[in-house]
Write a protein that binds this ligand. Structure first.
Ligand SMILES: *Cc1c(COP(=O)(O)O)cnc(C)c1O
Length: 381
């Protein structure tokens, strides 16, 4: 391993374990937790997070693509893996071979899977995705019985789970739409139950649902953002305060660090960076930091964010470049080449959160972390 990396991500294993324990406590012993490790574990690093998540008590891993599932299998993960995305028809055989649970909602997938299972004499474990009002993936209510009949034409196809996903549980403190979706889900379950299907797992809840609504738990929940120690939104945080659950808290798992590449003096009235978007108003000490938008540090943060050096805030000056950003260290004494810079996380008494960077650029914490370049070194601490 590189001894002195220029840039790295630290993953706090204790924090991850703490967050998982918090969610498992809410869910209770009998329910299963799917640790969502899609999108490189929300930018954290899929293999590192999957390993700690399973050791911390998550029963399942949730991925988006077949590729993510295959990598987990190659690396020796034997737990159930659920793909919540779309698996292309010509990759379904690999999913069956590696026993990756498949989210289904297309007739074409069923036909292909049925033939694969027949040819290989294997089983495929399916999770039906139901349309309850998100209008992303899902089977409509009037389609569900024909869909199940189609599945039943094939011997190897097992309906293992029934699932849906909330559209409007993070963005609001008005939960009427979420309740309506839950009602529609229950209606689906009635229809399916009356038809005689006995699926093992019913799951609808994401982090926000688990934090706010026990009635969404059924017997499995898919947890992403909360596991990484971030709140799904301010609205969820505010709503949770009314739930009288003072002991529930989350600890951020990820810190993002880099080292100073150069320290320099810049005269008053000088322009910094591409486009000359910042002009110094005084003689300025500047730190050049080898991290930029190709690493996932958004160019939209140009001139508005700050980094932490020696526990103090150093404002970003000028445009963020592909591989560099510059920060004003005039008010921080003694900064030297290769000193540690915190782009995201704690430093001394201060910290920069994903929520902070998100609010500066008009996005959500999910996007801030999910876009961190997977090639940056991950270190579990
Ligand atoms: C990503 C994802 C989740 C996790 O949502 P969080 O808000 O991060 O907890 C749950 N279900 C599905 C289908 C997802 O794609």
């Amino acid at each position: 391993m590189i001894q002195q990396p220029l840039q790295w991500i630290e993953l706090n294993a204790e924090a991850l374990k703490h967050n998982i324990t918090q969610f498992k406590h809410l869910l209770g012993k009998k329910r299963n937790m799917v640790a969502m490790v899609k999108a490189n574990a929300y930018g954290h690093g899929m293999l590192e997070i999957a390993d700690i998540a399973i050791k911390s008590g998550a029963e399942w891993l949730g991925v988006q693509s077949i590729d993510e599932g295959l990598i987990l299998r190659e690396q020796g993960f034997t737990c159930p893996i659920l793909s919540v995305g779309y698996i292309p028809l010509h990759h379904l055989e690999q999913a069956v071979n590696k026993n990756i649970r498949i989210t289904v909602y297309n007739h074409q997938s069923i036909e292909k899977l049925g033939n694969i299972c027949r040819a290989l004499n294997k089983k495929a474990f399916l999770h039906l995705k139901l349309e309850t009002g998100t209008y992303r993936q899902g089977i409509d209510e009037d389609e569900i019985i024909p869909f199940i009949k189609k599945i039943q034409q094939y011997k190897g196809l097992v309906i293992e789970g029934i699932s849906s996903h909330f559209a409007n549980i993070e963005d609001t403190t008005d939960h009427s739409y979420a309740r309506d979706q839950l009602y529609r889900f229950q209606n689906f379950l009635d229809i399916i139950g009356r038809y005689g299907i006995k699926e093992r797992f019913k799951h609808m809840a994401c982090s926000a649902a688990v934090i706010l609504f026990p009635e969404t738990y059924f017997n499995m929940a898919r947890i992403g953002i909360g596991m990484y120690g971030l709140w799904p939104s301010n609205e969820v945080f505010v709503s949770s305060l009314l739930r009288d659950r003072p002991e529930f808290n989350l600890k951020p798992v990820l810190s993002w660090k880099a080292r100073v590449a150069q320290v320099k003096k810049v005269p008053k009235d000088a322009f910094i960076g591409y486009g000359c978007t910042y002009r110094t108003t005084r003689e300025t000490d500047l730190a050049v930091i080898p991290a930029g938008y190709s690493d996932g540090y958004s160019r939209s943060l140009s001139n508005i964010s700050y980094v932490l050096i020696k526990g103090k805030r150093a404002p970003v000056r000028g445009r963020i470049a592909m591989n560099f950003l510059m920060a004003d260290i005039t008010d921080i004494s003694g900064v030297e080449v290769e000193d540690v810079v915190v782009l995201l996380g704690k430093d001394g008494l201060d910290s920069i959160t994903a929520d902070k960077l998100a609010s500066l650029t008009g996005t959500i914490n999910y996007e801030i972390i999910a876009r961190i370049n997977p090639n940056i070194l991950r270190v579990v601490v």
